[in-house]
Design a protein around this ligand. Structure first.
Ligand SMILES: *Cc1c(COP(=O)(O)O)cnc(C)c1O
Length: 399
């Protein structure tokens, strides 16, 4: 590591709370690559944790942000703004749910809004408030979303957590039935569990949850914060199943790198939040919304849903080849451009080896290497990246 990185990382360590432990200082990004402050370039197969889905510095997104910043950066929700209004109607259209949208600034905040809406609806529908969530799920870091996240590493040290959650096993309908009580109001899940290990729901499970919700008058809430906005080859991952949720949440990739979250409802729940029932100062910020509108146009114009499916499949095949070659690699799983490589050992060692070759990847849990490349990834860049992955695996496990 050269001088500039060392200098910044030393300052970072002395002044930023140690919740993260970065070892690279990124200065810029273009397309599917980022560059650090010393000029070292990396393929970014993290997309900034699922955020930069149309790549770094996409000219249309940059222009939308610049133009909107020059016109109006903020006006509060006491007044309407054009980009957020158009974005809401676009989200309703591409979701096909026929409902309405609430805007906020992050995934946790979008899930918090979903939980509050479910409670508001449950209070009027039998005095119910409990939400069933899943082990290995992930829903954010506010107190309520930590309580919704049934993983010890996320909850330790934060007692007492908000009440009103029951946990079930993912892809196990019987365990969901066992978690229901007469206070249950909703079932909340990811269509592909991200942080918990890149595990897709089975078709049978998604349909089973929907049927259970219909039967017991429960709300089905899908957390699309990581899997949404095209990553799995459909706008929203639940669209890859033959079901419709009552509510779903978006954040990460929605605004191409600017902070934004959204809660989208069906028609039944569109007016559950009345005047002043919920709020967010920055929610629907015009610059973030303009970026989001540009991201959606780019996904449509460049056919990135199709690309996520096609190039994602090529990456999956390459990873499967490595699984066949190395005993220490157990399985490839995921959907589209959300893929996990299950390791017999520590995923972080593989991530470190990949970084050494110039490719950034993520872990998901202890033993899964997670790949979330930009949806713009082309076949020639993919070939280069596969060579890097091959070299890294040789380093990690021996050729
Ligand atoms: C990242 C993530 C969140 C939390 O989003 P933040 O923007 O970090 O608050 C919630 N749910 C899922 C599925 C996520 O991947």
């Amino acid at each position: 590591m050269s001088k500039k990185s060392e200098e910044i990382l030393a300052l970072y360590k002395s002044k930023v709370m140690p919740t993260y432990a970065p070892s690279v200082v990124i200065a810029s990004g273009k397309g599917v690559t980022v560059r650090d402050v010393d000029g070292m370039s990396y393929y970014d197969f993290t997309s900034g944790i699922g955020v930069n889905s149309v790549g770094y510095s996409h000219p249309k997104v940059v222009k939308a942000i610049q133009d909107q910043a020059a016109a109006l950066t903020h006006c509060s929700n006491l007044y309407a703004n054009v980009p957020a209004t158009l974005l809401a109607s676009k989200l309703v259209e591409i979701s096909g749910l026929g409902g309405k949208v609430f805007f906020c600034n992050s995934g946790a905040e979008a899930n918090e809004a979903a939980l509050k809406l479910a409670r508001m609806w449950g209070a009027a529908n039998g005095g119910r408030y409990e939400v069933v969530t899943f082990r290995q799920g992930f829903h954010g870091r506010t107190l309520a979303t930590v309580a919704a996240t049934a993983q010890a590493w996320c909850q330790e040290g934060y007692d007492p957590l908000p009440v009103g959650f029951a946990y079930a096993d993912y892809n196990d309908l019987e365990s969901v039935k066992a978690a229901l009580s007469d206070k249950t109001v909703a079932i909340m899940l990811e269509a592909v569990q991200g942080e918990g290990g890149v595990t897709p729901a089975t078709a049978e499970f998604m349909k089973g949850v929907r049927a259970l919700c219909d039967e017991k008058n429960l709300l089905m809430i899908v957390d699309e914060v990581q899997a949404g906005m095209g990553r799995t080859g459909t706008w929203f991952a639940w669209q890859g199943y033959d079901v419709k949720p009552d509510l779903f949440t978006c954040a990460k990739a929605i605004a191409g790198g600017l902070p934004m979250g959204a809660l989208v409802s069906n028609a039944k729940l569109a007016d559950t939040f009345g005047a002043s029932a919920h709020a967010s100062t920055f929610g629907g910020n015009p610059v973030a919304a303009a970026a989001a509108n540009a991201v959606i146009s780019v996904i449509e114009e460049e056919k990135l849903l199709e690309n996520a499916t096609k190039v994602g499949e090529l990456l999956r095949e390459a990873l499967q080849g490595f699984v066949d070659k190395y005993d220490k690699l157990l399985e490839v799983r995921g959907k589209g451009m959300m893929l996990g490589l299950v390791v017999d050992g520590e995923a972080k060692d593989v991530v470190e080896a990949l970084k050494g070759q110039g490719l950034l990847a993520l872990t998901a849990g202890k033993n899964v290497v997670r790949f979330l490349p930009p949806l713009t990834l082309g076949e020639s860049d993919l070939e280069d990246a596969i060579d890097m992955i091959s070299d890294a695996l040789d380093c990690a496990f021996g050729a």
